[in-house]
Design a protein around this ligand. Structure first.
Ligand SMILES: [Zn+2]
Ligand SMILES: [Zn+2]
Length: 271
């Protein structure tokens, strides 16, 4: 089995203090063959403020230095987790263009309310006893994810953690899944499959396993072919957490292999 983890963060992200060398070393220690750093570029900040640009000089310098130091011990890729591209497509495209040829992989994320609730990251919403708010969060995420998939396919390679708002809905004690939204999720997956993009199984450092089997089944039934896996580690000790389970789920769902990306082109590693 090809072991890879292509969703991780370093100190270039606002919410991580990790040195890329340390996360890459953790990847080697976990037996990974391929690892990708995907630092945040959220066009809406945590508190909903518009953000422009990404610190490519710092990201590139860090990537080049660590890659040189690792040599052939690990295939290290340079990625980006681009959040809320739908809120400012021109800026999203400018950031990606500045990434240049060295950019291997783009995760497309929705972390925020967009156009409501102050554009806050869902992390800041209080879903306790508020199923109506939770439902609005899921519906907003699915609406904007559909727009990303259908209108801005050049702004992502793999659809990151489609279950993102559920992290905080479950944190606040509500029991909601995407089962009630099957039709809308399938519409998104059909767009993703049609353009031969990928969906991500994001296991959130080993915490999110249960939601994925039905989503993988729907994606495959919608014609999906490419699946990426990520731990979403923000610290070296979380690298690869949940990745073996993620790969098992992808295989059990009937996919031919797991995908990674180089130069924004998919590579399928067969099971
Ligand atoms: Zn994310
Ligand atoms: Zn992330």
């Amino acid at each position: 089995m090809f072991l890879c983890d292509i969703h991780s963060h370093s100190k270039i992200s606002h919410d991580s203090k990790a040195e890329l060398f340390d996360t890459a070393q953790a990847a080697i220690d976990a037996g990974l063959q391929e690892f990708c750093v995907t630092d945040h570029c959220d066009l809406l900040g945590l508190e909903g403020e518009p953000v422009t640009g990404f610190d490519w000089p710092a990201a590139r310098a860090q990537f080049r230095a660590v890659k040189a130091e690792l040599g052939d011990r690990l295939t290290l890729r340079l990625g980006l987790e681009l959040g809320s591209a739908v809120s400012d497509p021109d800026e999203a495209r400018a950031v990606l263009a500045q990434g240049g040829d060295e950019l291997d992989f783009v995760l497309g994320s929705i972390h925020n309310w967009i156009g409501m609730e102050g554009n806050l990251d869902f992390y800041f919403s209080d879903f306790h006893d508020n199923l109506a708010l939770a439902r609005r969060a899921v519906e907003s995420t699915l609406d904007h994810t559909w727009t990303l998939a259908a209108k801005l396919p050049d702004c992502y390679d793999s659809l990151a953690h489609i279950i993102y708002p559920l992290r905080y809905i479950h944190r606040d004690g509500l029991d909601l899944t995407l089962a009630d939204y099957e039709e809308r999720v399938r519409a998104i997956f059909t767009e993703v499959a049609k353009t031969d993009h990928a969906m991500e199984v994001n296991v959130c450092r080993g915490k999110d396993i249960a939601p994925w089997p039905p989503l993988l089944r729907w994606f495959r039934e919608c014609g999906g072919r490419l699946v990426t896996v990520g731990s979403d580690a923000h610290r070296p000790e979380d690298v690869a957490k949940g990745i073996p389970q993620a790969l098992d789920m992808v295989q059990a769902a009937g996919f031919d292999g797991v995908a990674t990306f180089a130069g924004r082109k998919p590579i399928l590693h067969k099971f």
